[in-house]
Design a protein around this ligand. Structure first.
Ligand SMILES: Cc1cc2nc3c(=O)[nH]c(=O)nc-3n(C[C@H](O)[C@H](O)[C@H](O)COP(=O)(O)OP(=O)(O)OC[C@H]3O[C@@H](n4cnc5c(N)ncnc54)[C@H](O)[C@@H]3O)c2cc1C
Length: 460
């Protein structure tokens, strides 16, 4: 437990707000996107700048106080119930360099802010399905972009990282640089285990036309749509990304009236291409069944969040994800049984996202992302509040059992709630885990950063 005198020492060397449970500001600086997984540290610092981060890390290292990191709270991964949480949401510097084709972002910047500047310049970045996610936390977990098949993983685009390591040093790391190369690799897939990233530079990608949107099918069409999706995705070019989600939508006012309380199947599609190319590619999926809704067409890239329609406001949720090596008949049958028509599953969304294309290529610089050869990513989530919380947990376990034989690792960003080291393990194959552990021993031998999701120190 933190002593008041220790906190006063910290307060004297930082500029941002420092609060304890019950203090004004504590609730706001610990709140995240999942009200059922809020961290409960002994104190939280709203870092006002890089100096605050450095001083807080030095202070914690001297006292052996565990540290957590939070920007937007979209990925509350491991339970934090002690120590100091460093909230980076105030680090909002954002510099787009159109000539270099890069964006340099502070640790608190969200993808939406980046795209707000780059789209006007005809540039995009390797963002995921929702612009509300933080750039740094996402890319530190590898980052599976919405247009991943065209772009590869977000970590492939990271050109530079500024990070405060547990020794309190501010290090400048570069892609391909010889200094701290193992740290540069660990910070792109190993998440917040090695220090606080204060800023990151990512390469941007030019684009001309974009076609995207979603098609919703009625619940009963689930098996037919899944079978068609499987065949159709074998033919898609890498400029196109696609996913299929079995939805079980609650009857809540923020949804369009016609979707409330329904269980549609949602095809999400994006293409760097023209109307003609998009319509041609989507034709086989439009031919089956009768869609309830079809929004696919040429779109303003600024509206890209409308493809997946992720929630914008916090949801108390329990989630889990894994990679799939293939989607054979037995697996489509098992998935349909778990979340298809008549399953009455409590899972609000079960998404099968197509991998492949640039995601299957080797990274330009060594990183800590495993599972590049997977065929699909499966990700499911349900409400984590009484009276459905237990049913959600049980449904996620059943889904795990059903897909178990076909899993091919996991992506750490989309692994879901991580309570133990074992929960995180599928995200790192043995060689990647060995490198992460070596980096942990070299840069954080005290294991100060232990919530992020945990990489164990190597056994001596
Ligand atoms: C609606 C929604 C959509 C999503 N879509 C995608 C998607 O398409 N693709 C995908 O890959 N993921 C996706 N995710 C998962 C998301 O990328 C991860 O949860 C990511 O960690 C969120 O980062 P954050 O900074 O926003 O969240 P936070 O909860 O603030 O941070 C999560 C973790 O990131 C690490 N971290 C954050 N900041 C730093 C820092 N400055 N230095 C070091 N480590 C840091 C820490 O380990 C921290 O615990 C989605 C999540 C949500 C809720």
């Amino acid at each position: 437990m933190l002593q008041d005198t220790d906190l006063e020492n910290l307060r004297s060397v930082v500029h941002g707000p420092l609060s304890r449970p019950g203090n004004p500001g504590y609730a706001a600086d610990t709140a995240g996107f999942n009200p059922s997984a809020v961290p409960r540290p002994d104190a939280v610092l709203g870092a006002a700048g890089v100096d605050d981060v450095q001083n807080a890390v030095r202070w914690a290292a001297e006292r052996n106080i565990p540290l957590g990191i939070q920007a937007t709270g979209h990925g509350a991964a491991a339970v934090m119930d002690e120590g100091l949480l460093i909230n980076t949401s105030r680090l909002q510097d954002l510099a787009v360099d159109p000539d270099a084709g890069t964006a340099t972002v502070g640790a608190g910047v969200r993808w939406r802010s980046v795209l707000g500047e780059t789209v006007l310049l005809g540039l995009t970045g390797p963002h995921g399905s929702s612009g509300t996610v933080g750039v740094v936390g996402y890319a530190s977990g590898g980052g599976l972009p919405l247009m991943g098949r065209a772009l590869g993983f977000a970590s492939d685009h990271v050109q530079g990282i500024e990070v405060v390591t547990p020794d309190g040093r501010l290090r400048q790391l570069e892609a391909g640089g010889s200094e701290d190369a193992e740290l540069f690799a660990a910070l792109r897939g190993g998440k917040g285990n090695f220090g606080v990233i204060t800023s990151m530079t990512l390469g941007l990608t030019p684009f001309r036309e974009f076609y995207g949107g979603g098609i919703m099918y009625p619940e009963d069409a689930g098996p037919e749509v899944l079978a068609a999706f499987r065949a159709w995705t074998t033919q898609l070019p890498s400029d196109a990304s696609a996913s299929l989600a079995f939805l079980h939508l609650p009857d809540v006012p923020f949804l369009p009236e016609e979707l409330r309380g329904t269980a549609p199947v949602h095809l999400r599609f994006g293409l760097f291409g023209s109307r003609e190319e998009g319509d041609t590619l989507l034709e086989p999926m439009r031919r089956i069944s009768t869609p309830i809704m079809d929004t696919a067409g040429p779109m303003d890239y600024g509206a890209i969040d409308s493809i997946h329609m992720d929630p914008e406001d916090p949801v108390p949720s329990l989630d889990r994800g894994c990679l799939l090596g293939a989607l054979p008949d037995e697996l489509t049958d098992a998935l349909t049984g778990q979340v298809g028509p008549g399953s009455n599953t409590p899972l609000m969304m079960t998404e099968i996202r197509l991998m492949g294309g640039a995601l299957a290529m080797d990274p330009p610089v060594e990183d800590a992302v495993s599972g590049r050869d997977a065929a699909f990513n499966l990700y499911a989530l349900g409400l984590n509040v009484p009276p459905v919380a237990d049913a959600t947990a049980a449904a996620l376990d059943r889904l795990d059992d059903a897909v178990g034989p076909y899993t091919a690792g996991a992506l750490i960003n989309l692994r879901g709630h991580i309570r133990t080291e074992a929960d995180a393990r599928p995200a790192w194959d043995p060689e990647v885990l060995r490198r992460l552990q070596a980096a942990k021993a070299a840069y954080d031998p005290q294991n100060l950063f232990r919530f992020g999701p945990p990489v164990p120190l190597p056994v001596p």
